[in-house]
Design a protein around this ligand. Sequence first.
Ligand code: CA
Ligand code: CA
Ligand code: CA
Ligand code: CA
Length: 528
Amino acid sequence: MFSIPVAEAGATVYIRVDGSIDPSWANITSVDNVTYTLIGNVNDSVVVQRANIVVDGVGYTVQGVGSGAGINVTGVSNVTIKNCIIKSFRVGIYLDVGADNGRVENITIQNLQGAQGEDAVGINLKSNYNTIYNNTIANLTGGIGNGGGYSQPGASGGVSTGIYLSSSAGNNLTTNTIANLTGGTGGTGGDMASGGAGGTATGIYLSGSTNNSLTLNAMSNLTGGTGGTGGYSSSSGAKGASYSLYLYQSSSMTIKENTLQTADYCFYLNSSNNNIIYHNNINATTNQVYNYASNNTWDNGYPSGGNYWSNYTGVDNYHGPYENETGSDGIGDAPYAIDENNQDNYPFMKPYPWSSHDIGITGITTSRTIVGQGFNLSINTTIFNYGDNTETFNVTVYCNETAITLRSGENYTTVTLTSGESRTVAIAWNTSGFAKGNYTIWAYAWPVLGETDTADNNFTGGWVLVTIPGDLNGDLKVSLADLVILAIAYGSRPGDTGWNPNADIDGNNVVGLSDLVILANHYGQQFP
Ligand SMILES: [Ca+2]
Ligand SMILES: [Ca+2]
Ligand SMILES: [Ca+2]
Ligand SMILES: [Ca+2]
């Protein structure tokens, strides 16, 4: 009898405690019983029973038939797994209790599918002090829930989870990409019974886990499973929820620089405290944070800052630790409120990290909103340099489609800003020759070399009305109503209680006799 070794036949491959490979014909080799290298694809699970080794896939695939774990480290420590593709299991990599101080690096885990009602999990940890670095986990689907018998509801669909930590501490999860997770469809309900709920989809799930660090992970396209169809005269099951990060009784962690996207909930926190959460990009279509019995720190102080929240609506006209000093800093002036005990004190105006070449206009103000034809108006444009280079560029201010010509004869101002610097550029608009009517004031900061985010190089301020000198209420006629406005402001200067910049017709910073004379000269006029 000749026995021909055929690895494709499929059999669990063990790296035994003594260093041997079982079965010996498997597509794994080692010369020193420390580094184990794949020499071809492996068509079943790999079970690691030996500590202090490296398993290097060198690009080969470990492929299953839908059940079990691709690579299972059975409680032995200091095991590194790297450079392979794992597909068609229920769990990609399992680091069981005691599988500490290991490393999972450059692994692509894809096409995991839970069986009937079962969960699909990319990397499952019940262990400590591991580094999970630069892995891609994609296309995981929870199993379809079982159908119910007569008058029994359908079972819930299985959940789909990218990385799952339970009772795990001190792990570093860095630069992992998790995408396209779908919860299992709920089971069909029996007659007179509802369909089962769809399974949830979660990027990273932590339960009873402390002191872990999550940095630079990206989670996108997470979708809860569809509810099962209800039986006769019964309702369908609920759709499963999706979460980017789910923390249950998980505390004292650092969560920074992650990008959380397209989930029902970016953060779902239950009884999880003392976590520090900053420099994350939080883009939820529905809920940015669900917070229950959890108190956490949502920024890293000033000027390091907090997180980018896609639904933040604040403005950036101030800077400083109290956000009360004039000038921008790329941080919203008002905190991002989560609940009565939680807020991000320094929400970013743009996603993290900011580009190295990026300037933006953060505000435009005008010295007044109503100006007599032929008089001057001051327009203040504030620009901030988000990048880390000194930039020199031009700023042009427009009224409707006309670029405003400055005293220099040019229609732009040249500005130099160092990294993180803010500047307000004031220009005078002489309204001589401009027709009476409303003008939209806007500004354009000419893009700098290497700038990609040019959306904020355009900024539209408010309206300014050019009218008959002496028309102070903007109704295009000079009448008693205007005289009353001038009388109320008479004698005032900027900062005084009665100060009204529109009443300072000649713009000399006092409402006085010279303004009264102008109003008197036009009294009774109207346009058209
Ligand atoms: Ca600010
Ligand atoms: Ca820009
Ligand atoms: Ca008037
Ligand atoms: Ca005046």
